[in-house]
Design a protein around this ligand. Structure first.
Ligand SMILES: Nc1ncnc2c1ncn2[C@@H]1O[C@H](COP(=O)(O)OP(=O)(O)OP(=O)(O)O)[C@@H](O)[C@H]1O
Ligand SMILES: O=P(O)(O)OC[C@H]1O[C@H](OP(=O)(O)OP(=O)(O)O)[C@H](O)[C@@H]1O
Ligand SMILES: O=C(O)c1cccnc1
Length: 486
């Protein structure tokens, strides 16, 4: 339950598009609501021109599925809709629970286009309802984790602080976004609620208003140091960074040192961050405070950070807000949820969606995904998507042929490999069967994941395309279905 805007508590059952309820209603009317359907969620294009995405959102999805139930208020609201849903249908909703199976990638996994990230096998009644919320959670969190990962890669050795709440697209985005950045390697967030909910470390300096609210900058710094002597990071750019801010910070550092305390840092929030950080570093060092860290903020992203580092900036801590939490340069991930198999005469049959745009033709059938890791190099060679009946061959390490997706006649034979299954069973017949990892566990798993990939795939600009291959059987099934519908 989350708090509603006008004093009511609000379940997430209606956090869905109306067309899902309309389709559920039509299934119920036709008597097909209990037929099993298989859906898969995937995206077609990587965000930010990156070579990979970082999967996130599963914890939120699990919480959603576990708590999925229509409250009396939800039913009453549906009764007001002009569709005129019959009472007997609303009665079915009253007893609605998720009773199906759900497979998912684990959070922190590096993921690629056109591979199933989540597979839902459930009564169509249930599988249809959850589409909107699942995509909402995974698209946003995966996007932010990916953006954060790009930033982490250009600043692997510095501290990374998430500062975005004031610019986030509302409250849920702020906290789940903060969590996503932590998965990708950020160290702390300024959002205390995210800290409370998820156990992420929090951090805070002070704003310009603190300095403006005193008669002098020196007095403002001193008062702050008196109040929080063990946590002093001073914002030095309110009036003049080098003429006033840094000298006053040095005075405060001396005052703290006389009391056996130390100034932790200064924060630069405007101007030429490369130049100012170099000058400030020299001033602090000359004054005998080499341990005082320099924090930078001001509309930073991976490109500016990388540029500042190339200019020799002396920055130890990066505070990143707007560009990160809003995924400013690409504000959405286009994850989709497509029907891949349905029950017909008691059997599951694969289905396809054909589109005028070849990129949008779906791959039919319920599928598994394996990461093929070479035993020789320890590196991931490709991801291999296959039908469940082909699983045996991959798991036992039989040699497999990986066609080049762009030139299918050119293929690569892989022999000495380990196949890591990427889709894990999360819900079985409605029961949660996986103990979710801790957030720190997810964060270290993500780091291990990165070490499986060649740097060429991970680089920020024009990365190598990582291979995602479908099995020969799957390729043929797809071709046969395309043929049939043409
Ligand atoms: N040396 C640098 N090289 C490249 N970009 C920089 C450098 N220093 C700062 N930036 C970035 O340039 C952008 C604009 O900075 P600018 O100096 O115009 O801000 P400002 O006007 O000083 O600050 P504000 O408008 O927030 O008060 C910011 O995104 C900042 O991070
Ligand atoms: O720049 P971001 O990456 O979003 O980081 C967060 C920003 O939020 C604060 O200032 P705010 O933007 O509220 O005011 P300012 O623009 O006057 O600095 C802070 O001083 C940072 O500059
Ligand atoms: O702690 C900070 O310095 C901070 C937090 C949020 C936004 N800007 C700065």
């Amino acid at each position: 339950m989350v708090e509603g805007g006008i004093g009511m508590t609000d379940s997430l059952a209606l956090h869905t598009d109306k067309y899902q309820i309309n389709m559920m209603y039509a299934h119920w009317k036709r008597g097909t609501a209990d037929e099993v359907a298989v859906f898969e969620a995937y995206f077609r294009k990587l965000p930010f021109g990156n070579g990979y995405a970082v999967f996130a959102g599963l914890e939120r999805i699990v919480g959603y599925i576990k708590g999925l139930a229509f409250a009396e208020e939800d039913i009453a609201y549906l009764r007001t809709q002009e569709e005129g849903y019959e009472e007997a249908f609303l009665e079915r909703l009253r007893e609605f629970r998720f009773t199906g199976n759900l497979y998912s990638m684990l959070e922190g996994t590096l993921v690629f286009p056109n591979q199933p990230l989540i597979r839902v096998e459930a009564r169509i009644f249930e599988a249809q309802l959850v589409e909107t919320a699942l995509l909402n959670f995974l698209n946003y969190q995966t996007l932010i984790a990916t953006k954060a990962s790009r930033i982490k890669r250009v600043a692997p050795d510095e501290l990374l602080l998430e500062f975005g709440t004031r610019r986030a697209q509302e409250a849920d985005a702020a906290v789940w976004g903060a969590r996503a950045t932590y998965i990708a390697g950020f160290h702390a967030t300024s959002n205390l609620r995210a800290g409370k909910l998820f156990g992420i470390q929090t951090s805070g300096t002070h704003a310009h208003s603190w300095v403006q609210g005193h008669d002098s900058e020196e007095d403002a710094f001193r008062q702050y140091a008196e109040a929080l002597p063990d946590h002093v990071t001073l914002l030095v750019d309110t009036y003049d960074t080098l003429k006033s801010g840094v000298p006053n910070a040095i005075k405060t550092a001396r005052w703290l040192a006389d009391r056996g305390k130390r100034l932790h840092g200064i924060r630069l929030d405007s101007g030429d961050l490369a130049y100012l950080s170099k000058r400030a570093r020299a001033m602090l060092d000359d004054a005998g405070f080499p341990e005082v860290r320099i924090v930078a903020s001001n509309d930073l992203d991976e490109n500016i950070i990388s540029e500042l580092k190339a200019q020799g900036a002396r920055i130890d801590v990066w505070g990143v807000g707007t560009q990160l939490i809003t995924a400013f340069d690409q504000p959405s991930l286009g994850g989709v949820y497509k029907l891949v198999a349905r029950q017909k005469d008691g059997e599951l049959i694969p289905v396809i969606k054909i589109s005028g745009n070849p990129e949008k033709i779906s791959t039919p059938g319920a599928k598994d995904v394996y990461r093929i890791v070479s035993r020789r190099t320890g590196k991931a060679e490709a991801d291999y998507i296959c039908l469940p009946e082909e699983q045996e061959a991959v798991v036992t390490g039989e040699s497999i042929r990986l066609p080049d997706p762009l030139h299918p006649h050119q293929s690569k034979l892989v022999t000495d490999y380990e196949a890591l299954p990427l889709l894990h069973p999360i819900f079985k017949d409605g029961d949660l069967i996986l103990e979710l990892p801790t957030l720190d566990g997810i964060r270290s798993y993500h780091e291990e994941q990165l070490s499986l990939f060649w740097p060429e795939v991970l680089r920020k600009l024009n990365p190598e395309t990582y291979r995602v291959n479908v099995s020969q059987d799957l390729w043929e099934l797809r071709a046969a279905l395309i043929e049939r519908y043409h």
